[in-house]
Ligand binder design. Structure first.
Ligand SMILES: [Zn+2]
Ligand SMILES: [Zn+2]
Length: 194
């Protein structure tokens, strides 16, 4: 994948950066285009694309926030305020300390990578959900049933894929992504998804 640039001033920007270091435009990923885009933040009037055509006014994902853990955007007129990779989780766990917030951020990054792949393969419907799978797609394991020899990512045939956040440190980023990809592939009845 090409290194992202600011679509307003063409400066090189980081893949998950939130502002262009040169022109200070807001940066947000547009899943429908599969690219990071620059925006003028007009407050209540939304984020207006700079130097990109084919998209209307956007809003940052509800998880963007002050200390952002997601850098995706949604269409301003979309019914959901969270992006497809954030709203597929049943709930946000208690994030009491830095280690828990870091695990949650890693899980988010792996989900965004997963949804990017699902979209490229045409496996998402018009609302950004994998075709034929119930929502929510993911849930986190409750503290009460944590551990005890089960897989860190469990492809539960009846309900959401369960992710034991407390144990994901045992998986590298690529392994975590692979575990999510396999679990969703199983739910979709595919051997694997790209
Ligand atoms: Zn710029
Ligand atoms: Zn999001």
């Amino acid at each position: 994948m090409r290194a992202p640039v600011c679509t307003h001033c063409q400066a090189r920007v980081g893949r998950e950066q939130h502002r262009c270091p040169e022109c200070h435009a807001r940066l947000g990923f547009v899943p429908e285009l599969g690219m990071l885009c620059s925006f003028e933040d007009r407050g209540e009037a939304g984020w207006h694309p700079l130097g990109v055509s084919g998209i209307g006014v956007r809003l940052p994902c509800g998880n963007y926030g002050e200390h952002p853990i997601c850098h995706w955007t949604v269409a301003a007129d979309a019914p959901d305020c969270f992006c497809e990779a954030c709203r597929c989780v049943a709930r946000t766990p208690r994030l009491a300390d830095a280690a828990e917030r870091q695990r949650w951020a890693r899980f988010g990054r792996a989900r965004r990578e997963l949804f990017t792949g699902l979209r490229q393969l045409g496996l998402l419907d018009s609302r950004g959900r994998p075709h034929g799978l119930p929502e929510p797609l993911f849930d986190v394991v409750d503290e009460g049933i944590r551990g005890n020899g089960t897989a860190i990512v469990q492809a539960n045939p009846a309900g959401p894929v369960l992710v034991d956040l407390a144990r994901i440190d045992a998986l590298g980023d690529a392994q975590l992504f692979d575990a999510l990809r396999r679990a969703i592939g199983l739910r979709l009845g595919l051997d694997a998804i790209a």
